[in-house]
Design a protein around this ligand. Sequence first.
Ligand code: ATP
Length: 228
Amino acid sequence: MAPPTEQPDGNGPLGLLGGTFDPIHLGHLRLAEEAREALGLARVRLIPAGQPPHRSEPGSTADDRLAMARLAATGNPGLEIDDGEVRAERKSYTMLTLERLRTELGPQRPLVLILGADAFEGLPTWHRWQEIFGLAHIAVANRPGYSPHARRWPATLSPELAAACQDRHTADPADLRHTPAGHVMPFDMTPLAISASLIRDLIGNGHSARYLLPDSVLDYIGSHGLYR
Ligand code: ATP
């Protein structure tokens, strides 16, 4: 089957990639790019978390993480930035963001929440997680070191997540275009063992993080003295 082509219009499925992005790196950007191509998304919206609920305080401010995401997206018309979670003065719960996006975009626009395998595995800990399926599809990418993967799940998923996904699974990207929400689709991306924590550790220890993230982001980190 030929891969789906990019949707030229503003009504095609919109990919949503949230994250702490502390800092944004090439794992995030390949995830967005490969999801856009593999799933036929019109665009992918990067949504930096303001106050991530599931982790300790980030190593840089929300404004710095937003600025780095903007730099990373520069020059790619397939990417856009959503500053809603950074601007909201509350914990960044995905459900609240999806409700805001439904108000902004209407009930019919297909929304595809893009998650790496580690984030997907943690889904049952998220605020009102079962309601997410009513507002968006979920696309899950492999990530080195994490087990839930296209070819192996639901065997490796927790029973509650497997039960929630059982009747939602699809391998056909057309399903993501024809309905606004409700499917779960695993897809393969180029495995990249890059993480923000690796980059913070490298910089904190005085090592080079070059070629793991865009030069523009690395320059920002250097000029603002982040992660030292
Ligand atoms: P940290 O190392 O600080 O935990 P991170 O690199 O995991 O950060 P996040 O901002 O927490 O980055 O991730 C946002 C989203 O991107 C999550 O869905 C995560 O699974 C996904 N992601 C991050 N890096 C990769 C990667 N290398 N491959 C696939 N997915 C990734």
